[in-house]
Design a protein around this ligand. Structure first.
Ligand code: ATP
Ligand code: MG
Length: 299
């Protein structure tokens, strides 16, 4: 029996969300020893256990309260939520953070010879998908009488196999669709990975640990989007230089030894510096322009 004081987090065992979710946990200071083929991994420095499972199981584990937290794609989460709601099962959860990975879209795709004139063209047709609840909801919103046919795999071969007229599947580049003589028409859902918590109260110790982890997650996400910019600028153009630097109302301006016409500027920018901006800075007489990644930050 596991120690109920340890926070339990469900993570996809192996797939598109695994590496980023585990990297995020490590980045927020959780030391993990993950051994192949084991369902559970213990943190060596925090009262945290990871449950490594198929992504399909994560929404249910959180909603049933088997785990306290989970990392999951919104597509899978929303589908399972609708499925459980329809079955009268517990379907509540708390979304803690939307994350910056796992981006994809759930789209309707049709065979190239299909004369698609908008969603209405699907009236009376069969659409194969792994996400029947999301698709049925979309049909209802659009007032289209079409039928979702549930397939757990190889959705993209359904039209050729005569099982369906069109498909609704996750797309990133469209290469799989193209290889199967299909093309994307309508996006029905845009998804990213999210960090969720089970509904209901947790023990004080667990909740305070979560409250400590969340600002760290924010710090990691913010750091990824931010850059540390350093450059030498002519004092005469300080204002123009500052106006070119994103988010630099109050940059650090430092004197340079033996040079009273030039200063060093340091700034944490909330966004990257584009080549075009760097070229403009150079044209103003700036030099030694450095754009550096930030690993962690706390405001
Ligand atoms: P499991 O064996 O855990 O059930 P799976 O095959 O269902 O894995 P993956 O292909 O690893 O799942 O995708 C997991 C999630 O990653 C998707 O549900 C989606 O949220 C996200 N994702 C991000 N990009 C893509 C993509 N290009 N195609 C499919 N899913 C993607
Ligand atoms: Mg899955």
């Amino acid at each position: 029996m596991s120690d109920s004081n340890r926070l339990r987090i469900a993570v996809q065992k192996s797939g598109r969300l695994s590496d980023d979710s585990i990297a995020l946990l490590k980045a927020i200071g959780i030391k993990l020893q993950i051994r192949d083929r084991l369902l559970i991994a213990h943190s060596t420095n925090q009262p945290i256990d990871l449950l490594l499972v198929r992504d399909d199981d994560i929404p249910g584990l959180v909603m049933d309260g088997v785990v306290d937290l989970g990392f999951i794609g919104e597509n899978e989460l929303e589908e399972k939520m609708l499925e459980r709601q329809a079955a009268g099962k517990q379907h509540e959860y708390i979304e803690l953070r939307r994350l910056d990975y796992g981006g994809c879209r759930l789209s309707i795709a049709v065979p190239n010879e299909f004369n698609y004139q908008g969603v209405q063209s699907l009236a009376g047709k069969k659409v194969a998908t792994t996400y029947p609840f999301l698709l049925e909801r979309f049909f209802k919103e659009q007032n289209v009488e079409a039928k979702a046919v549930m397939l757990t795999g190889s959705v993209e071969v359904a039209p050729r196999a005569g099982v369906a007229d069109a498909i609704c599947d996750l797309v990133s580049t469209g290469a799989t669709l193209e290889a199967n003589g299909l093309h994307e028409e309508d996006v029905i859902f845009r998804s990213k990975a999210v960090f969720i918590q089970r509904a209901g109260e947790l023990t004080e110790a667990k909740q305070s640990l979560i409250n400590k982890l969340l600002p760290r997650i924010d710090g990691v996400i913010q750091a990824k989007e931010s850059k540390y910019i350093m450059l030498h600028a002519p004092l005469a153009y300080l204002e123009q230089v500052k106006s070119l630097l994103p988010g630099s109302e109050n940059p650090t301006v430092l004197p340079l030894a033996g040079n009273d016409k030039t200063v060093a500027i340091h700034v944490v920018s909330p966004e990257n510096l584009f080549w075009e901006t760097m070229e403009k800075l150079k044209a103003l007489g700036c030099s030694s322009i450095l754009v550096m990644p930030i690993e962690k930050m706390m405001n």
